[in-house]
Design a protein around this ligand. Structure first.
Ligand SMILES: [Fe+2]
Length: 247
């Protein structure tokens, strides 16, 4: 079975289209989306529409999805730029799409005996796993050998064996790692629509459970078009600027 792992699209349709085009050539059996389809970018409705058409897909909500549809009070925990994008998104999404966001599951979700998905951490969907200390705590809450998570917008793989946790940041545009049966893993594919690791390309990963390997990819997309739409929508210009730096 080949899974496409992707997360944190944040309303960036151009980045999503690039990932989906790539996935079409890779014979994906199951899509795993880890949350934050909206917030920041100018195309929340089109992004939601695309995700609704993908099958089969398993997914959970992200903190931006939650803030937009059903927890506007949480906006005070966002920085002013992110908060203003939440309000803009709330005004822009159709009723149907708002109720779709509202129906997204809260993570973690155990897919089957091998895979769990969550947005932030398994013990708190809003918590950022940044580093081995956080990962070690997360492993205490996990029952499956592999967990995919998002939220930080950094492609990272943590492995655990005999209570030793090791983290690896995935640099460059293509990486492949072997999944070993005597280890457990926490894996973040990086962000589709707002990478923050100074690599401007859209991030995703493919997990092949037969070959026991995970491959990480960074894909070019039409950054300038995504930026143009953000500015045209009167969203904060910083949200457009950051896409060309990858922060
Ligand atoms: Fe996010």
């Amino acid at each position: 079975m080949r899974y496409l792992i992707f997360t944190d699209i944040h309303g960036n349709l151009e980045a999503l289209l690039s990932v989906l085009k790539f996935a079409r050539r890779r014979k994906i059996d199951h899509y795993l989306f880890l949350g934050d389809m909206v917030g920041y970018g100018a195309d929340p409705n089109d992004v939601i529409q695309k995700l609704r058409m993908l099958k089969p897909i398993s997914m959970i909500r992200g903190n931006h999805d939650k803030a937009v549809c059903c927890d506007l009070d949480s906006v005070h925990t966002f920085n002013p730029i992110a908060a203003s994008a939440i309000h803009w998104t709330r005004e822009t999404v159709t009723k149907k799409n708002l109720s779709y966001l509202n129906n997204l599951k809260k993570g973690p979700v155990i897919l089957h005996d091998q895979i769990t998905i969550c947005h932030g951490a398994p013990f708190d969907e809003d918590y950022y796993i940044f580093g081995e200390f956080d990962a070690a705590e997360a492993f205490l809450h996990l029952e499956t050998p592999i967990t995919f998570f998002g939220h930080t917008h950094f492609p990272f793989i943590y492995s655990e064996s005999d209570h030793i946790v090791e983290g690896t940041f995935l640099t460059g545009n293509s990486n492949e790692m072997k999944i070993e049966s005597d280890k457990r893993y926490l894996i973040n594919p990086g962000s589709v629509g707002q990478p923050r690791d100074r690599n401007t390309r859209a991030a995703c990963a493919i997990y092949d459970d037969k070959a026991k390997k995970i491959s990480f990819f960074r894909l070019e997309y039409e950054v300038e078009e995504a930026q143009r739409k953000i500015l045209a929508a009167d969203l904060p210009p910083a949200l457009a600027e950051r896409l060309s730096i990858g922060i």
